[in-house]
Design a protein around this ligand. Structure first.
Ligand SMILES: [Ca+2]
Ligand SMILES: [Ca+2]
Ligand SMILES: [Zn+2]
Length: 354
């Protein structure tokens, strides 16, 4: 069970009234309710078959946690051969249409969460919303319309020593689990920061998709020129500074040199119950639709949400914990409740347990 240290909270009181006057109060409480020993609380909204309705709130983000902004573009774009700057969807690699990523909001947020975790030590922030100004990298994540990428999982315009060219466009063409997609994103974008391929399956710069749980390793590793792992060297002086050699790379230390240390997200998320109003009363047997708005300083965000339903008709509070992508609003249908007075509480935490 997930227990947020400092959760954001929203509380709602709801009253279900009996349809007729025949319902007898069974205790001395002034609130009429029907007691039962086999209370069934049907939180249908929390089952996988009945996911809550989601409405994404599109706002201009992000808060800039680090100076380097990575924009993960899942929405597709028509690419133009105008260089490699993201601002006008420029790319010298591909000038066709990148299709929208075939993955829902939850999958997209899970991918970004993995990318965020792996760049957390460095001054880099990650968003799925295009910045309205300033310099940023753009990773196009999606299939190329009508083009077979020839087995390539991703592609970048080249090795940009010290990220001296600033923001650039690169591509991830595969789909799969969040870890697999995130690792391709990170390798392509790391090339546009100056990192070369290395001979270590545990490093994100290993030249194939073999291996899992890769990180930017804090170790000097042999640079290689191809997937046959042919030893090589690179002209970027950050290799020399980190490892005293042009033929070895310390991915972790070199990113720290280029971007500085990470800036943690300390801004807690917010949750607000917008429907129904506190103290609302409903006819007996009504499904009560509860709509919440989840928001955070970062987007996308995987929110961990805890719903608690307490009521005089329930032998004990009902509790459900689940993850939802946002910022967005969700509607939960509370159905099958006996008459009574209920309190619905939502607690929410962000990816950093704020
Ligand atoms: Ca660059
Ligand atoms: Ca936050
Ligand atoms: Zn590569």
């Amino acid at each position: 069970m997930h227990a947020p240290r400092c959760p954001s909270l929203a509380v709602l009181g709801v009253l279900l009234l009996p349809a007729s006057a025949s319902a007898e109060p069974t205790n001395e409480n002034a609130v009429p309710w029907t007691a039962s020993d086999d209370v069934q609380v049907d939180l249908t909204a929390y089952t996988e078959a009945n996911p809550p309705e989601m409405n994404v709130t599109a706002e201009s983000r992000p808060e800039h946690l680090g100076d380097k902004i990575v924009f993960v573009n899942f929405d597709g774009a028509d690419m133009n051969g105008c260089g490699n700057k993201p601002q006008n969807n420029c790319s010298t690699i591909f000038t066709g249409t990148v299709l929208p990523f075939e993955g829902d909001a939850g999958h997209r947020a899970s991918i970004v969460q993995v990318v965020r975790e792996k760049v957390a030590p460095f001054g880099i922030s990650v968003t799925d919303t295009r910045p309205t100004s300033g310099d940023y990298d753009m990773e196009m994540v999606g299939a190329w319309q009508g083009v077979d990428p020839g087995g390539a999982a991703g592609v970048a315009p080249g090795i940009d020593c010290w990220d001296s060219s600033g923001g650039q466009t690169s591509f991830t063409m595969i789909n799969g689990n969040a870890e697999a997609v995130a690792e391709v994103i990170l390798q392509e974008i790391a090339h546009t920061w100056g990192l070369a391929h290395v001979d270590d399956m545990g490093d994100l710069l290993f030249p194939t998709t073999q291996g899992m749980g890769k990180v930017f390793k804090d170790a000097c590793i042999q640079i290689v020129s191809d997937t046959n792992l042919t030893p090589s060297s690179s002209g970027c002086s950050h290799h020399q500074q980190a490892c005293g050699s042009n033929s070895r790379q310390n991915s972790y230390q070199e990113l720290l040199m280029i971007f500085g240390p990470g800036v943690p997200d300390t801004t807690p998320p917010t949750v607000e119950i917008v429907e129904p109003a506190d103290g609302s009363q409903f006819p007996s047997g009504t499904q009560v639709d509860v709509t919440i708005v989840l928001d955070d300083n970062q987007t996308p965000m995987l929110f961990t949400t805890r719903l608690t339903l307490e009521g005089s008709s329930l032998p004990e509070p009902q509790e459900q914990v689940a993850d939802y992508a946002g910022p967005a609003d969700y509607t939960f249908g509370l159905a099958g409740l006996p008459d009574g007075q209920y309190t619905v509480t939502f607690e929410v935490s962000d990816e950093e347990d704020n």
